[in-house]
Design a protein around this ligand. Structure first.
Ligand SMILES: [Zn+2]
Ligand SMILES: [Zn+2]
Length: 351
């Protein structure tokens, strides 16, 4: 099989000819149909996260060993299965849940594998979908997408799931309350696509790019704020009778957006930090106490949430976010485009 591998952080990916593995036990080998290019691939490729104040967190110190095949948003066709696999046959198309844990810790035992302390996530800690084949350790991680196109479905494994799980951390919200979505990139668009299925709250979308905000207005009945043109905190206050937002999801989560998110929270507000753009948040301790605020992170989501999300997308026939499909050869170029913010919606590669 041919895999496009990360062999050195910050260097172009390398094609490697590897022996096609044979699945054993509960393993399932899939032929990759489509794989999303995610913003977190960019960080893995670069080898670090910006922590603010010129500090960095290095991926190599987090247990990522090279060479490694990136790609954690994968839809594939079952090629062959191990002898213990039940309920799935070669030729079937499945979405891969990549956030696989150790299987034995308290999080893994209670369907919160994405919270595992020793994860082996596909495309992050073990080989993923920038390849013509991917090995999945157990059939339980395969989700039926019955009817959805692979290029539209693949990004639900990370972008969609991350957005969905972040939204779930803000509900219930009532009709007269405001939810702010910061960032109208791939994740923000996924959130906009599904938010109406979870709450009737008023939704405000903030971004710095008018093109992305225009796309947001096509997706749903959202008001938009371009934070390059106006102070987003003042704009949110003006739109909420000076009350502020009951919840803010920050899909950018850099020093600037996180400070805005904090400052636009209403009493009892919830701030969900999702983006990995880097930076630091400085906030007032007494304000947090007096306003009874919740500030929390949100990393991907559970297997059950992925199944819920796919059911919603299928049953409600939700429109896909814009998807641009490329050959896997273009991965390096696409990562650069992701870095430059040049992708509207999602870039997907096919081997
Ligand atoms: Zn991702
Ligand atoms: Zn675990």
């Amino acid at each position: 099989m041919k895999s496009l591998q990360l062999t050195e952080f910050g260097k172009p990916l390398q094609w490697k000819e590897l022996e096609k593995p044979v699945p054993k036990g509960n393993q399932v080998l899939l032929k990759v149909d489509a794989c999303g290019v995610c913003h977190s691939d960019l960080h893995i490729w670069e080898g670090y996260y910006e922590l603010g104040d010129d500090e960095r967190m290095y991926i190599a110190e987090r247990g990522v060993n090279l060479p490694m095949t990136m790609g954690h948003e994968v839809v594939g066709t079952v090629e062959s299965t191990g002898s213990d696999v039940k309920g799935i046959e070669p030729g079937e198309t499945r979405l891969v849940y990549p956030w696989i844990g150790c299987g034995t810790c308290k999080y893994c035992r209670t369907d919160r594998m994405q919270m595992c302390l020793t994860p082996s996530s596909l495309g992050v800690f073990s080989d993923g979908g920038y390849s013509d084949y991917i090995m999945v350790p157990h059939e339980q991680y395969l989700v039926d997408i019955n009817g959805l196109k692979p290029e539209n479905a693949c990004s639900y494994a990370c972008a969609g799931l991350t957005a969905y799980s972040a939204l779930k951390k803000t509900i219930p919200l009532e009709e007269d309350e405001t939810l702010v979505i910061i960032g109208a990139g791939g994740l923000g668009m996924m959130a906009m696509q599904v938010v109406g299925e979870l709450t009737r709250a008023n939704v405000i979308v903030i971004d710095v790019d008018d093109k992305k905000l225009a796309t947001a207005e096509e997706i749903g009945d959202f008001s938009t704020i371009n934070s390059m043109n106006e102070d987003p905190v003042k704009a949110v206050m003006a739109q909420t009778n000076e009350q502020g937002a009951a919840a803010v999801i920050d899909f950018v989560n850099n020093t600037t957006t996180a400070a805005s998110a904090f400052n636009m929270l209403r009493k009892n507000g919830v701030m969900v930090m999702v983006g990995l753009f880097g930076g630091k948040l400085t906030f007032s301790n007494p304000v947090t106490t007096l306003k009874n605020l919740t500030i929390r992170g949100s990393y991907t989501g559970s297997l059950a949430e992925l199944r819920e999300l796919i059911d919603i997308v299928r049953d409600k026939k939700l429109k896909s976010i814009p998807v641009q499909t490329y050959s896997l050869d273009k991965a390096d170029e696409l990562l650069q485009k992701v870095k430059d913010g040049d992708i509207v919606g999602r870039a997907v590669v096919k081997p």
